[in-house]
Design a binder for this molecule. Sequence first.
Ligand SMILES: [Zn+2]
Length: 319
Amino acid sequence: MQTRYFDEAHGVVTIDANYIKPGIASIQLLINKNRAVFFDTGTTRSLPYVQEVLKLKGLNQTDVDFVVPTHVHLDHAGGAGAMMRAFPKAKLIIHPRGAAHMVDPTKLWQSTVAVYGEKVAKKLYGEVIPVEEERIIIADDGMELDFHGTTLKFLDTPGHARHHFCVVVVRHRMIFAGDTMGISYRMFDGPNGPFVFPTTSPVQFDPDALHQSIDRLMDTDPRLVFLTHFGKIEPNHNMVTSLHRRIDSFVSIAQAMFRKGQIERHLERSISDYLVDEAKQHGVPLTEREIRSGLRMDAKLNADGIIVWLTRLDKQTAN
Ligand SMILES: [Zn+2]
């Protein structure tokens, strides 16, 4: 793939990670005073795109100060080790619950192989390279970091995963949100703006925590939010209300099926039907077939994550 990137605002560049196919996952580059920080990393296979954009922006490999995966799922952090190897001056900033997995990615890799099988996992992610412990900064909730006069504030945002933080650029009222504010593919943009829906992928989805994290981010009154899937959105009241409502709908659809014992077989289809319906109502300018196909991977991941959550909840209540 040719390198695809988009100049956004305030020195932010969205780079296509080319994960699975173009337009699915991104990496954000923030440039300030000729220094660079990356939010999320794509996979090891994304590194050439990142390096090319850096060069196009007139920056060197030694101009990168920080590499910041929002959480340790491999479409966000899989390329961290490769980036750290390429950018010798950089420090890695990570959530306290994610740090050990960056130093030793064995478990991350094993759980990925368990889902996809070795062959597909290698094709998707390449090799996952460990990060040296002494180059890691652990960001506790509320940590503030001075990036050459621009304050970056780290907020713990569980819900999608317990090892997820978001980064607020206080001065510009913008947020690097990873997966906390959901997914919004640019191909779904229509006259009513972006179509945003939650990502509830395995294995730590927690709806209550996700609602709270979204509210916490919105309390900072952001003008711009950068989603890993995919790029810049300008949040507004309707969009955020819909996002909350869609989390609740996922939960109620799943709970009804769970009671009937039909969840394993039917949830993916029901999530897909629900999202296709929502997308059509939102005015997404695509055919039903195109919408369903664009949502296929997420309907599956979301269903899997909701089942893991419900099963855990069921065990807790039984005990
Ligand atoms: Zn993701």
